[in-house]
Design a protein around this ligand. Structure first.
Ligand SMILES: NC(=O)c1ccc[n+]([C@@H]2O[C@H](COP(=O)([O-])OP(=O)(O)OC[C@H]3O[C@@H](n4cnc5c(N)ncnc54)[C@H](OP(=O)(O)O)[C@@H]3O)[C@@H](O)[C@H]2O)c1
Length: 219
């Protein structure tokens, strides 16, 4: 049985992702800030994890060692959008955003690297909001945008580092999705976003690139 590890699975895209992988016959390690989820499955293992908490990350990696768990796909889904439509960058809000979207994501990824199988994949859930080449007509969400642009650079540098380990690293834009973050007017349901990310996880793709619904995106 293949194993997926997904962060931030209590709601939104993360929840839909965990449920999709379980439905497809995978074992899922699914993290939540409370250690609880409002769904169950025989192959679902819930982990209490705040990705900004170093002790919690250590506890998770100890569990991986003790139980000899190997991961085929790691999905860094947990994320926050803390900007309040502000056009100026509020430093404290930016710091809190980077703590989760960048530092926490890097910390959990690096601690899980020893457990990722050769041939495995690391999928960083990024956003078109972080695209440098996009025609930026809006100055909204500067902190969030900065965090996703930086996350994309983590994808590129990590892909290079893992080249000889045969581990593929990708940034993936899930699409504008109806979640607490995306709002009710968004284009896709969480299940649609999760379905496409699941399909993407099954494909052989070039490492260190940015993707949306199976197509390459410009940085
Ligand atoms: N929705 C969109 O339109 C859209 C578009 C582009 C990219 N994205 C990206 O897609 C990902 C999922 O977004 P979403 O729309 O599903 O967001 P969401 O509904 O707000 O859910 C975010 C998830 O992240 C978890 N989380 C937040 N801080 C965390 C931390 N410190 N440690 C661990 N988990 C944490 C939350 O846990 P709790 O429930 O416990 O708070 C929740 O499960 C994010 O990376 C987001 O940036 C979303």
């Amino acid at each position: 049985m293949k194993t997926v590890f997904i962060t931030g699975t209590s709601r939104g895209i993360g929840k839909a992702l965990a449920q999709k992988f379980l439905k497809e016959g995978w074992r899922a390690f699914a993290t939540s800030l409370t250690g609880e989820l409002d769904y169950t499955h025989k192959d679902l293992i819930v982990l209490n994890l705040d990705i900004t908490d170093h002790e919690a990350i250590k506890r998770v990696s100890n569990k991986m060692v003790e139980e000899k768990i190997k991961i085929d796909v790691l999905i860094n889904n947990a994320g926050v959008l803390l900007d309040k439509d502000d056009e100026s960058v509020e430093i404290e809000r930016l710091r809190d955003t980077l703590e989760v979207n960048l530092f926490g994501t890097i910390a959990i990824t690096q601690s899980l690297l020893p457990f990722i199988n050769s041939g495995g994949k690391i999928i960083n859930i990024s956003s078109s909001a972080g695209q440098l080449t996009r025609d930026v007509t809006s100055t909204r969400y500067p902190g969030y945008k900065i965090s996703k642009t930086a996350l994309n650079m983590f994808t590129v540098t990590l892909a290079k580092r893992l080249e000889s380990d045969n581990i593929t690293v990708a940034s993936v834009h899930p699409g504008w999705t109806k979640t607490d973050m995306g709002g009710s007017g968004a284009e896709f349901t969480p299940e649609e976003a999760a379905g496409y990310i699941y399909d993407f996880s099954q494909k052989d793709v070039e490492s260190g690139k940015f993707w949306f619904r199976g197509e390459r995106m410009d940085w």
